[in-house]
Design a protein around this ligand. Structure first.
Ligand code: ZN
Ligand code: ZN
Length: 343
């Protein structure tokens, strides 16, 4: 199946391109006009002349790409018209400010999802199905083995692990991606168990979430007054995966460690990370979530951008949809790790 002349989004070397609107969605090469679904580094790159994103993405985009970027923002459901294409942003439930991009032109409606998660987590607006003819979906965890525990089950597990470590007098170091995952953990844990200490890569993102009105418990830095060996023995410590094995870890003495990622569903991954525990937690939809989201749009045509593209395309085709892959340069933030190596 080839691209059709009237397609509202086509794959170009620079990224996903809207021909009638003359703009790109999450382009990976510098372009004149970029619509950004969210501020993760594989979707929000440097060097575009003009950015359009959700209002709640302004903080993270400016933190990461510079305060001087030419940024225009929209609220959810708010629309603008550009070269006759009506553009609006809708909640994707992935991270703060994450949006699906709805394009309407000549009676057709396309939605590009960026990254999304269907279960609400309290740190961003929950995913909203947007009716469309053509849906562009991610497929990071597009295999039937991926099924996430509920938020309640996940946090009961994390709290029990932290509580047991605190009672045994050792720090609980939880490695997690600094933007999105860390704030979700902060929002969800039982902060009465003990103090919470965060790595220097995590705190600037906490500030952006707090400024957007997301409730996060008090967090300490290791350099804060009062943070001593006794306090650390009861603490939950959140650090990016890149902190693993660095001198920063030495201060925690005999600690327990864990990794929070969707990849933890695979036992081999857990072993490769070399941690005591794995918590199955992702800001992306699991297999049932992807199916539910795609069905919820009512789209008859689906493009799959990243993850398990071949499996998802086959599954959709077998279910009577017109599906194909789009080659992109998006990845999974949990596999990047190195992006947040500030001490
Ligand atoms: Zn993302
Ligand atoms: Zn992605």
């Amino acid at each position: 199946m080839a691209a059709k002349e009237e397609d509202l989004v086509v794959a170009r070397p620079e990224g996903l391109y809207c021909p009638p609107g003359d703009f790109y969605i999450d382009p990976w090469r510098p372009v004149a006009r970029a619509v950004i679904t969210h501020a993760h580094s594989d979707h929000a790159r440097m060097g575009h002349a003009h950015y359009l994103a959700h209002t709640d993405s302004a903080g993270t985009l400016r933190t990461r790409l510079g305060s001087d970027i030419a940024l225009q923002t929209l609220g959810y459901g708010e629309a603008i018209e550009h070269h006759g294409v009506r553009v609006s942003l809708h909640p994707a439930g992935h991270v703060l400010g994450s949006a699906q991009v709805r394009l309407e032109h000549g009676g057709r409606v396309w939605v590009a999802s960026g990254d999304y998660k269907t279960e609400p987590d309290g740190t961003c607006m929950p995913f909203e199905p947007v009716p469309c003819d053509t849906f562009i979906t991610e497929s990071t965890f597009g295999l039937p083995i991926y099924r996430w525990p509920t938020q309640a089950a996940l946090f009961a597990e994390i709290d029990a692990w932290w509580r047991a470590n605190a009672e045994a007098g050792r720090a609980s170091v939880l490695f997690c991606y600094a933007f999105g995952k860390a704030q979700r953990i902060l929002h969800g844990v039982d902060a009465s168990i003990g103090p919470i200490v965060v790595h220097g890569a995590v705190e600037p993102l906490n500030a952006v979430y707090r400024a957007a009105g997301v409730a996060l418990p008090e967090t300490l830095r290791v350099t804060d007054p009062g943070v001593d060996a006794a306090l650390l023995k009861r603490a939950l410590v959140l650090a990016p995966p890149s902190a693993q094995g660095t001198p920063w870890m030495r201060r925690f003495g005999n600690y327990a460690d864990a990794f929070a990622s969707g990849w933890m569903q695979l036992r081999g991954t857990r072993r490769r990370r070399g941690v005591d525990r794995g918590f199955v937690m992702s800001d992306h939809a699991d297999w049932p979530g992807l199916q539910q989201a795609i069905a919820g749009t009512g789209a008859s045509r689906v493009f799959v951008t990243h993850g398990s593209v071949a499996v998802m395309v086959r599954w959709l085709t077998e279910n009577g949809l017109d599906a194909q892959g789009f080659k992109t340069e998006y990845g999974d933030e949990d596999d990047q790790g190195q992006g947040a190596a500030t001490p």
